[in-house]
Design a binder for this molecule. Sequence first.
Ligand code: UDP
Length: 234
Amino acid sequence: MTSGELIYEGKAKKVFHSDEPGVVIVEFKDDATAFNGEKKGQITDKGIANAAISARLFQVLESQGIATHFREQLDARHLVVDWLEMVPLEVVVRNRVAGSLEKRIGLKEGTVLEQPVVELYFKNDQLGDPLLNDDHIRVLGLADPDVLHQLRTQSGTANAILQNFFGQRDLILVDFKLEFGLRHGQLVLGDEISPDTCRLWDGKTLKKLDKDRFRRDLGGVEDAYHEVLERVLS
Ligand code: UDP
């Protein structure tokens, strides 16, 4: 499998053609952004950590019945994945209060939610990725009711699997974001699952081991990504 022409460059990843139709190669960069691109920086070897973490988590989910775009890890920074026609929604699943939920509903960071909260955001940089309800999604024609239902159920199942996986490694899955796409009409999990897209806290100390260290200038960012990598691969 060799990498071809660049198709797309995002904030944290590049996507290249491969030599097989319908299959693309994702490169994980060290670039980090926050607050809708207002804060920019680099996290040394983040791309290496996120590629390996994502690969492992996709394998775990796939082995437990969630269809994902993952095929194989090509090298330290590159994953081979199926090309998906992406649904322009971000699905956020939350087990504890943090980030924007803290601001929205006013409960203290870390408060355990009685049941997971699922939110759907419109992937639209110009609008600043607003939170949408089902009516918004319907009038914008972003997902059919059946796809919307599957987005919710698959995200809920993924949450249960990932909470269990991280829990076994003494990590609390506070919240995370998933993106889905269609492959031959089937809804499939795409994008990445990493400390860029998950909030992960140490089970004992509650130390933040994710991108919040970068967002909030907490220091020790590289060490946090490395710590998650080691635990995920253990
Ligand atoms: N998230 C993400 N990409 C985004 C927005 C959020 O990966 O564009 C992740 C984020 O890392 C966290 C979860 O989704 O794990 C919930 O994020 P939140 O809505 O609290 O927003 P934030 O505080 O990141 O602005």
